[in-house]
Design a protein around this ligand. Structure first.
Ligand SMILES: [Fe+2]
Ligand SMILES: [Fe+2]
Length: 186
């Protein structure tokens, strides 16, 4: 009793106050005073995810061309598909950083330091696939942590990262399937 929102009182908070705040800081775009996360941390974390994606693009591209060179067309095609999807993730993350009034870091300097995943070339086809699986597993773990950080503080970033996480899990599963298939052929 008494705690439920009544008809004349909005559920969340004073709508007039929300409108006033929205008008007074329009230069901040999507970032309102209600933004609960630490902006600097959010942007840093997203830039690490961005670096992770860029490193994944580069590694999958390398593997794509190398696999093509050894006539492993089906695997090469899968590597390229993943490279393109990682590029899509990088673009999504960069866009979100802009929405948060940050700057996406595309600098090659320190890229590997910012990235959670590694760039390993791998000598044989199976090596390449295994390295990609390791990188995906790293992404799955670190993105899960990022999602926990965003939690209710920044639901939009959280949802984006959840979508990306689901894709990385698919990628990991694809690599596992490839290892099984190629293991049988060998
Ligand atoms: Fe990705
Ligand atoms: Fe991936």
């Amino acid at each position: 009793m008494g705690t439920a929102p009544s008809k004349d009182k909005p559920f969340l908070s004073d709508i007039e106050e929300i409108r006033r705040r929205a008008r007074s800081h329009i230069e901040k775009g999507a970032v309102t005073e209600n933004y609960k996360a630490d902006l600097e941390t959010s942007i840093r974390v997203l830039n690490e995810a961005l670096a992770t994606e860029i490193v994944c693009v580069l590694r999958y591209k390398r593997h794509h061309y190398m696999a093509n060179g050894i006539h492993a067309q089906a695997v090469a095609a899968e590597f390229l598909e993943h490279a393109n999807e990682e590029q899509g993730h990088a673009d999504q993350i960069a866009e979100r950083i802009i929405q948060l009034n940050g700057e996406p870091n595309f600098s090659p300097e320190g890229l590997l330091m910012r990235s959670h995943s590694e760039y390993v070339e791998g000598k044989t086809l199976i090596d390449m696939i295994k390295e990609d699986l390791v990188a995906e597993r790293i992404a799955v773990e670190s993105y899960s942590e990022i999602i926990r950080y965003f939690g209710d503080r920044d639901p939009t970033s959280r949802r984006m990262m959840e979508e990306i996480l689901a894709k990385e899990e698919e990628h990991a599963d694809d690599m596992k399937t490839l290892i099984e298939r190629i293991g049988k052929e060998a």
